[in-house]
Design a protein around this ligand. Structure first.
Ligand code: V47
Length: 443
């Protein structure tokens, strides 16, 4: 084996029982005991996880629960992002993507262009399109449903993960259902689903706090509206993701509130399923990260599982704030250690969300690789074009091939598994690795 060969995942030792390392922060002992037993961490625990200098133990615990959930598997996917327009009526101070309609660099794609990009993505083997844009003041609701239908026609197999909750509320308004409350929201989501929408991405959540909202993204939807959109999406059978944008004007306390609100919502969603699975609830809490004996049947929800009527949050994606070219350029953005700790704490506090994603485009591939050993089980995909942030001066063209993703995952001591958007394993066949089908799940 040359020094450049990645180590074999099988050479890594299996997860140890959680314990405090010698010289570790003794205050963490009760948290270690809770993780060992699969009991929920509370807000005080969260505070300590942020405060302690013993990052080693924090990351070790996150790695342990990640291994309980996923063993040595690390997920990636073959995807493309399409940002159909950067024109946006909002003025979020952290955003360097938005343009006014009359501003240099403003663009909007017509439906044909989006459909042809989708066809090219499918022809290149992508299983997923991630489609988002700004709140365009003039495009009508029909543009969005036409776009989905046109993609369905030009790329019938690809999964459409599209529109943040912020866009969905905008669509509710422009389709004149703003006054119909949750029924109006449901109508919009049903129309989009019927036109081809497959799931919702996690964007637009930022940080669930009113002060931060007013300072950094005034005019955007508030926490309860973001949660309403995802709840209704789940009710009509769509899965979704959740993000947390951190490292700007929020406090660590605000981040804990954000995670608690997501956790509460997911408890509510998953409780009937957990009861069907005989999962031993921790009071009202559905904890998926405990020791094996707490899960007589399935440990994790899968689409269409017994007792599961609709969708749920699949993955938490902590997004580190990048100040470059935004109105908050004066801020430094989070450090590497803060990124690592935030990921680990997300993994530990969000014990009822099956996956934690280190989005390599924002974390960088070397950091995402490291995160696979500290709580993350997913590094997202091949992406190709990414417009929202430009990390370290990167251009919009950011592509890593599957070979590079595989190498990064193996080097981290993990076993790469290609997934579709719903975390079902994908199998490639044919001469160029472009054809794909869903694989049988390992038991
Ligand atoms: O909502 C905007 C964030 C998000 C900046 O669901 C910024 O699988 C950092 O949600 N610095 C969009 N972040 C990205 C997103 C996402 C990405 C990958 C996968 C998934 C998924 C979702 O990007 C926005 C906002 O929170 N963002 N500006 C910035 N300067």
């Amino acid at each position: 084996m040359s020094l450049l060969d990645p180590p074999n995942a099988a050479t890594l030792s299996p997860p140890a029982e959680p314990r405090l390392r010698r010289g570790g922060d003794e205050r963490l002992a009760p948290i270690v005991a809770k993780v060992a037993e699969g009991r929920r961490l509370d807000r005080e625990d969260g505070r300590l996880l942020w405060e302690t200098p013993d990052l080693h133990t924090v990351c070790g615990l996150a790695d342990l629960v990640r291994r309980r959930l996923h063993g040595d598997v690390a997920y990636y996917n073959v995807n493309r992002h399409i940002n159909y327009s950067n024109v946006c009526a909002l003025r979020c101070t952290f955003c360097a993507f938005r343009r006014r309609r009359d501003e240099d660099g403003a663009y909007e794609m017509d439906v044909e262009r989006v459909a042809s990009e989708a066809a090219a993505a499918e022809a290149a083997g992508a299983t997923e399109l991630h489609i988002v844009g700004g709140l365009h003041p003039h495009l009508p609701f029909a543009y969005y449903t036409d776009m989905l239908r046109a993609i369905r026609a030009s790329a019938p197999k690809v999964h459409l993960k599209a529109f943040t909750a912020v866009e969905i509320v905008h669509l509710q308004r422009i389709s004149k259902r703003g006054r119909d409350g949750l029924a109006g929201l449901r109508g919009v989501l049903e129309d989009l689903r019927d036109a081809g929408l497959g799931s919702l991405p996690g964007g637009g959540a930022e940080v669930f706090d009113d002060r931060v909202h007013d300072e950094a993204f005034k005019g955007k939807i508030r926490a309860h509206q973001w949660l309403d959109v995802h709840r209704v999406a789940h009710e009509i059978g769509l899965n979704s993701n959740a993000t947390m944008l951190y490292g700007h004007v929020e406090t660590r306390e605000d981040r804990l509130t954000h995670l608690e609100l997501l956790r509460q919502e997911q408890d509510r969603t998953l409780r009937p399923w957990a009861e069907t699975q005989g999962i031993d609830l921790d009071g009202e809490a559905v904890v998926l990260t405990g020791p094996d004996e707490r899960y007589p049947r399935a440990r994790q929800p899968m689409p269409g599982a017994d007792g599961l009527d609709g969708g749920y949050f699949q993955t938490i994606i902590p997004l580190p704030f990048f100040p470059d070219a935004s109105e908050l350029e004066r801020l430094p953005g989070p450090s590497g250690l803060e990124n690592l700790r935030t990921l680990a704490i997300c993994r530990l506090m969000l014990d009822n969300v099956p996956h934690a994603k280190a989005f390599w485009i924002m974390q960088t591939l070397p950091m995402a690789q490291f995160m696979l050993q500290n709580g993350a089980d997913d590094i997202d995909g091949t992406v190709v074009w990414y417009d929202i942030t430009h990390v370290g001066g990167a251009g919009t063209h950011q592509e890593v091939g599957v070979t590079e993703l595989l190498k990064a995952i193996r080097e981290a001591g993990c076993r790469p598994v290609e997934r579709d958007t719903l975390y079902r394993p994908v199998e490639r066949f044919g001469p160029h690795g472009i054809d794909w089908r869903l694989a049988e799940r390992e038991s």
